[in-house]
Design a protein around this ligand. Sequence first.
Ligand code: KG4
Ligand code: ZN
Length: 327
Amino acid sequence: MITLGIETSCDETSIALLTDGRIAANEIYSQEIHPAFGGVVPEMASRAHLGKIDALCRSVFVKTGISLGAIDLIAVTDSPGLAGALLVGISFALGIHCGHNVPVTGINHLEGHISSIFLEHPDIGPPFLALVVSGGHTSIYKVMDFGRYERLGQTIDDAAGEAFDKIGKLLGFSYPAGRAIENEAAQASAGPLVPFPIARVSASRLDFSFSGLKTSVKYFLQERGSEYIAANRALICKSFQNSLVESLAGNLFEASRQTGITTIAVVGGVACNAQLRLRMRALPGLSVFFPSPVLCTDNAAMIARAGFERKKRGMLRFPHMSPSAKL
Ligand code: KG4
Ligand code: ZN
C-alpha cells in the first residue's frame, strides 16, 4: 500500500511517501523567513508553503520512482494549525484526489505526532502513554487503541517548545530556540544549577504549567544584568532545561503510576532534546521510546503513517478544518 503524506500546519512544508507503512521518501522544508520576525508569521507561512509544495511533491516521486497513479491513499493534516497554512496542504490533497481519483483522509496533527512512533517501532502496541511535546502542545494521552485517546493532562499555559522559544528570545537566540538552548546547555560545567521552579500544577493532576518557570527566568535575567548573562549563558540554559525536563518527567512518571501503563512514547519537536531523552529513559520501571529526531519535528511521514493506520481500520474521513483540536 502506498501512502502520500502532506503536512503544512505550521512552518514546515513536508511531503512523504510510505510503502506498507515504511518511509520511502520524506521531504521536509523548514521555512527560513520566520526567525527574522521572532516567530511564525501566518500569512508568510501560507505563501511559503505555496511556493514549495509542488517541488517537494515532485521530488518524492522522482526519488522513489513511484508514479502518481500508484498511490492508494493521500493523508493530509487538517487540524490543528494555522488556517491558511492548512488550507494549502488540504487544497493540494484535494487537487490530486479529484484529478487522480485517489482516496483522501484528513489527519489530526497530534495523531500524526503519536503515529510517528510506529514508523521505527511498529511493534509498540496499545495501551501506551504518549507524551506529546511540541511548540504548540504539551499533553499526555492514554492510547487505548489507534484512534482511541484519553487526554490525561495538558499544559494550562505555554507549551514546552514555546517555553524554550520564549526563553531563547530573552537570551538572544533566534527562533526556534530549542536546539540552540540544548547546545548552549551542553557547554555548562558540572556544578550547582540555578534553582528555577519545577512546575507541578498539583500532586494528583497531570497538567503542566510553564509560565511560572518562564517568569522566574525572566526576573532572574533582569536582576543579574547583561554582563552576568553573557558570562553564565550556558549555566542559565542548563538550569532552565533541567527544570522543564524535570516537570515533564514528574508528570509522566505519575501518569504511569496512576494508569499502571509502563510503555511510553515521547513525540513532538521537544522530544529531540538529548537531556529529555536521557532523563525519560532513566525513569525506573518504564520502557520509553522516541522517534529519531527528524521524525520528532513536523514531517509528512508521521501524517502518512496515521493515514495508513486509519485505512487499515476503515477509519478514513474527508479533510475538514476544525477550529479546535479533537485530541
Ligand atoms: O513538533 P514541532 O516541530 O512543531 C509543532 O508541532 O509545534 O516542534 C517545534 C518545537 C519548537 O518549539 C522547538 O524549539 C522545539 O520543538 N525543539 C526543541 C529541540 N528541537 C526542537 N526543544 C528542545 N530541544 C531541542 N533539541
Ligand atoms: Zn507538530
